[in-house]
Design a binder for this molecule. Structure first.
Ligand code: PRT
Ligand code: ZN
Length: 283
């Protein structure tokens, strides 16, 4: 049995459960308690506040966890970051009132900065040689300058909308973050074997998430050129069509390259192009 800590509610909860589900580990979220048992894998789920996850994994109360890299950095917990999971993307940034006349990091010298991430901020300021007073506030950090509590803030930014609606501008991006899978450093052999098998499944899900399956009909004399546009895992599948001089070509393509490749394939004479969702990719 292996125990995973995930956020009980909040921004990472749904996607953490979805990742487990796609990996064949079903957790009944309706029956969610403090500690739940999964179906399809010998795994227990511990539902916690995200702030508590790094330490609980570091002290062995849970074996692994899913949490924002920002929390791992702030807690400075002794855990191993095993995988970046591609959701919960955000950054930790310094922001100041838009009329503050900001010209560079020196602006913060002698100033007061409000944040929920004092450790990450202090480490950054020390590295930059800036001495400022860090005020730790949990929640609603963005109102601190208008409330006269601080000159600037250091907080999570995603779309930037919250900063704008509070009359603030982002001036320094300090750290990029996303949800990560973390593990304790002293797992038993049995737990390590379960972790390897869970990672195998998670990797298959992650591999499929940014890829699409593509198939098309193409003149047979253009197949070689098409294969140069579409290198597949080993090599694309090519099958003759009943219509003479035509072939069917199947491959896998990265989603972000999809439209560019489709245009080039169409220019080669490809027709009937189908793009399909991939559920798992096991290389
Ligand atoms: O109750 P618990 O302690 O578990 O939850 P929480 O309230 O501390 O965290 P939660 O659920 O808000 O966020 C969990 C994790 O999601 C964070 O630790 C980040 O790793 C990640 N994440 C991704 C974000 C955001 N995006 C985000 N936009 N966390 C918070 N925000 C907030 C931010 O604090 C700010 O108030 O959203 C606002 C900014 O968003 P934009 O889009 O306006 O820039
Ligand atoms: Zn929290």
């Amino acid at each position: 049995m292996i125990r995973i800590a995930i956020q009980s509610k909040g921004r990472l909860n749904e996607q953490s459960l979805e990742l487990l589900k796609d990996a064949g580990v079903i957790v009944d979220s309706l029956k969610r308690q403090f500690l739940g048992r999964a179906e399809g894998f010998p795994l227990e789920v511990l539902y916690l506040r995200d702030d508590d996850i790094p330490e609980v994994v570091a002290d062995g109360s849970a074996d692994i966890g899913i949490v924002g890299l920002n929390e791992v950095a702030e807690k400075n917990a002794d855990v191993e970051v095993l995988r970046q999971l591609g959701f919960g993307r955000c950054r930790l940034s310094l922001a100041v009132p838009k009329n503050a006349g900001y010209e560079g990091i020196q602006w913060f010298e002698g100033k007061h900065i409000a944040t929920s991430y004092p450790n990450v901020l202090n480490a950054f300021l020390a590295k930059q040689g800036i001495s400022a007073t860090v005020r730790t506030i949990m929640g609603s950090v963005e109102i601190a300058p208008a409330a006269g509590i601080a000159d600037g803030i250091f907080d999570i930014v995603s779309s930037g909308g919250t900063l704008i609606s509070n009359g603030l501008v982002e001036v320094e991006r300090v750290m990029e973050s996303e949800a990560v899978l973390i593990a304790g450093r002293s797992l038993s052999d049995e737990k390590q074997a379960l972790l390897r098998s869970l990672l195998f499944r998670i990797d298959a899900v992650s591999e499929s998430r940014d890829k699409k399956y593509i198939l098309m009909n193409i003149p047979t004399d253009k197949v070689d050129e098409a294969i140069r546009i579409l290198p597949a895992m080993r090599s694309p599948t090519v099958m003759p069509l009943a219509a003479k001089g035509w072939s069917s070509l199947h491959s896998v393509v990265k989603e972000k390259e999809l439209w560019d490749k489709v245009e080039r394939l169409k220019a080669l004479g490809a027709e009937g192009i189908l793009v399909l969702h991939l559920d798992k990719v096991i290389e």
